[in-house]
Design a protein around this ligand. Sequence first.
Ligand code: SAH
Ligand code: SF4
Ligand code: F3S
Length: 469
Amino acid sequence: MTENEKILKQQDEYSEMLRDILFMRAGNKQPVGYVRTYGCQQNVADSERIKGMLEKMGCSLTENAEEADIIIFNTCAVREHAEDRVFGNVGALKALKKKKPSLLIGLCGCMMEQKHIADRIYNSFPYVGLVFGTHAIHRFPELVYNAVTSGKRLIERGTDDGAVYEGIPIHRDGSFKGWLPIMYGCDNFCTYCIVPYVRGRERSRCPEAVLEEAGSMVQAGFKDITLLGQNVNSYGKGLDEETNFAALLRRVSEIDGDFWLRFMTSHPKDCSRELIDLMAESPKICNHLHLPFQSGSSNILKRMNRRYTREKYLEIAEYAKKKIPDLSITSDVIVGFPGETEEEFQETLSLIREVEFTSLFTFIYSPRVGTPAAKMEDPNSHEVKAARMAELLKTQETIAAKRCAGMVGKTYRVLVEEQAREGVLNARTQNNIVVEIKEPAELIGTFQNVEITEARNWILRGKLSEGKN
Ligand code: SAH
Ligand code: SF4
Ligand code: F3S
């Protein structure tokens, strides 16, 4: 047995011991766990593991914090706004703890890997009993055990041991759309970004573990699987086996079954032509490329330490669009990076017009303690940044509306995902465009063919069409 297997086996033993302890703490009934997730899909995937471990401890899971005996907030540190939401929502838990003194409140995730934040939480919220960072997640049962048996408050930030822990139990939130982490951490150190500091060094799961998990998801009926990593294109570094992301993606796509395969995030500096060629040739790999550009100015990109130029980005985007005619490119963009000039901002707008993104995740720059950009001069006022953001959104809306109008009358295969509102369902095309259909909820989780009947700005409506789906 390896050292890591031993650690996980110990965790099972803690979970076993916790079954009785938590049962009694809950007043001789099955204890209830509640997990709230902030941030990116990486955190969603981590929360699915925390939920899996809670179940191992004998807990049922709830969506209602008021019913819970254990509350866990899995936090995000990427922007100040994300952190403020956590602080606000933790404040609101005070009343619940007062009503139920045995309630265990735990905070984990990226925010907790920053010492100043973990300390602030510990000092400002005395009813928080457990604080742990991203490097300690696999020891969650042990931490809960220590917190409830010692009766003391516990802070465990963990250390980045560079290891990948396989075999943690998972409770998946969905039954047909799921996330599959293929790597953890990030080594890129973009100058604005906190992720490398809170998630540690980049490490890849071995291909066998990924293939096994993907296979079991397909077996369980998953129809839409997204491979996750901060920079999936650098997958494989440091593994014994010589491999890369395109090779892994190909192997996953060769699993038998009718499912769609997605991946995110791609870093433009590492996005290979081999990967794009594979997307073009494989019917299971969705024609959707999430390729964050962050800024259209090579000067800003340099100061962001992104290690590509505007020209290089446009070259990849053009190659991909040519190879894959119905490709959707989506992206992340930051407005108001320290010292961004009007001219540099206009370069961002012109890049948006040139690439014609399907959709954009747009962010106003938020300084993060400990990152190089937080020390850069930033003469622009918030008003200037907000005005630039408004202009950017308008530019993107025009592009999205044009694309949507061009889809009317065509038929697409979609996966029906969720109820949008009474009588209306949201369905998604393989290239990541949402279509509303008026159909009963029974269709959720199935593939259908839909003809687009109407485009209102960037909202599409459609109806089921005949034929094989
Ligand atoms: N690994 C991914 C992104 C992870 S964070 C990548 O490299 O693209 C998600 C997005 O948040 C980033 O793409 C960036 O656009 C944004 N972001 C990160 N740090 C930020 C900050 N300090 N201020 C504003 N936006 C930020
Ligand atoms: Fe952050 Fe850059 Fe790493 Fe993405 S690649 S997580 S933006 S440091
Ligand atoms: Fe946030 Fe951590 Fe993801 S900082 S964006 S939850 S990796």
